[in-house]
Write a protein that binds this ligand. Structure first.
Ligand SMILES: [Zn+2]
Length: 77
């Protein structure tokens, strides 16, 4: 699975990600509640690219588990 995700990354996509996500892992919220990793319980995520146009993903900063959404959750304050 991870090999497929790496294959769809292009230098342009990586540059766009670096420009739009300069702060590193952040807390997010969806539906008014914090996003929590379903694998390890961590609350720090980076925005990922899943390779499908209507799928947004958050990647757990601790265990690299991917949480999928149709709308990217907002950054928690
Ligand atoms: Zn995790």
């Amino acid at each position: 699975m991870q090999a497929a995700a790496v294959a769809v990354r292009s230098p342009l996509r990586l540059a766009i990600r670096a420009a739009t996500e300069p702060l590193g892992p952040q807390r997010h919220q969806a539906g008014g509640k914090p996003v929590v990793c379903g694998c390890c319980g961590n609350e720090q995520f980076t925005v990922g690219s899943y390779g499908f146009p209507h799928v947004q993903s958050l990647v757990c900063a601790r265990c690299h588990h991917i949480e999928l959404f149709t709308v990217l959750p907002s950054v928690a304050e």
